[in-house]
Design a protein around this ligand. Structure first.
Ligand code: PMP
Length: 353
């Protein structure tokens, strides 16, 4: 840290992304990326001309991409916001709506508390129940910025649409942000409710189900006044936040027919298969609706399993955090990757007893 850093930032603890070691080739099951490449339509969309056009700025309005999102979801363009990854929308939302404080669960996406700290926002952190389910009533009537990941991370547990609606309708004077990074793998999206409630902001991403984490593309649906707020922040920070290639790739990805849905189905099938196999080894595994599993064993410490798998060239995510330190989050990769993972876990468990 330099002696020039502004006072408020010196104590800030930054978000720690999943490790990306380069010392050897790992099976990467630690950052919830897709095991499948983007569709062929994306490969075709980017050629020499598009690369030569990189000398030009990107379209700050993202007209073509916005039209494609509008068509895919049947939501008017004025109710859509596009961003450099969905993290950027979360960032903007905390910046825009944190004045009265922010409410989120104790076990959830780690970036929420970082944004709150960054902007000096008071937080009301509500513990999940012992089984990691969310106490819906505890999130009602807060009238602050309420942030809920659905499905939640790292537990994978999802809320019913009626539960989301209850939270939204009971917080008319606060923005309710539903982070749907993993919604396509088995939960119900709340995006249609943005037509009914002016305080709902639904955030999604191309990073997981659409296989484009490296392109950095997020999007959100909300009442047009919320979209205007987000646009205002974007134009006050980085108007060209989505680069030319990502705009092209995103537009093409939306025109990939059933490819994206088929990948989600394959991942959900693999998830259920791996869940059963882990349960056969007496792991406790949450009922995940996402592209990852959250699991623990009474026979091995969470951190030990993580370290032993890493030695065997398999990366999973361990959180050194109260209540969940015995668990690990395991991204659902391809069937072959998951067979290798299960084989390694079997070996470790045999060595352990
Ligand atoms: N929300 C949740 C719950 C996540 O796990 C992630 C991925 N780390 C994000 C948002 C951000 O995804 P991205 O910025 O790649 O869209």
């Amino acid at each position: 840290m330099s002696r020039f850093l502004s006072g408020g930032l010196s104590a800030l603890e930054a978000y720690v992304p999943g490790e990306q070691p380069r010392d050897k080739k790992y099976i990467k099951l630690n950052t919830n990326e897709s095991p499948y490449p983007p569709p062929e339509s994306v490969v075709k969309a980017i050629g020499r001309t598009e690369i030569e056009d990189l000398r030009l700025y990107s379209d700050p309005e993202c007209k073509v991409l916005r039209a494609a999102v509008s068509e895919e979801y049947g939501i008017d363009r004025k109710n859509i916001f596009l961003s450099n990854g969905s993290d950027e929308i979360l960032n903007f939302a905390f910046m825009a709506y944190g004045d009265k404080g922010a409410v989120f669960p104790d076990i959830t996406y780690g970036f929420y508390s970082v944004f709150a700290e960054l902007y000096g926002i008071k937080t009301d952190v509500i513990p999940l129940n012992d089984d990691f389910t969310l106490d819906v009533n505890a999130f009602c009537g807060k009238n602050k910025l309420v942030v809920i990941a659905n499905p939640n991370a790292p537990t994978g547990l999802a809320l019913e649409l009626s539960e989301i609606e209850k939270i939204v309708s009971s917080n008319p004077d606060g923005v309710v942000l539903i982070d749907e990074a993993y919604v396509d793998f088995g939960a119900q999206s709340a995006y249609r409710l943005t037509e009914k409630y002016d305080n709902l902001l639904v955030v999604q991403t191309f990073s997981k189900s659409r296989s484009m984490a490296g392109a950095r593309l997020g999007f959100a649906f909300a009442d047009n006044e919320i979209i205007e707020d987000l646009e205002k922040i974007k134009y006050s920070t980085n108007p060209y936040n989505i680069n030319r290639l990502t705009q092209l790739a995103g537009t093409a990805a939306l025109k990939s027919g059933g490819y994206f849905k088929e990948n989600c189905r394959r991942i959900a099938d693999t998830r259920e298969y791996v869940k059963k196999e882990l349960e056969n080894m007496e792991f406790t595994v949450t009922a995940s609706a996402a592209n990852f599993l959250f699991a623990k064993s009474d026979k091995i410490r969470g951190k030990e399993l993580y370290l032993k798998l890493k030695e065997k060239g398999i990366l999973i995510r361990h959180f050194d955090k109260e209540r969940i330190s015995e668990y690990n989050r395991i991204t659902v990769g391809s069937r072959e990757e998951m067979e290798a993972f299960l084989k390694a876990v079997r070996e470790i468990m045999e060595e352990t007893v």
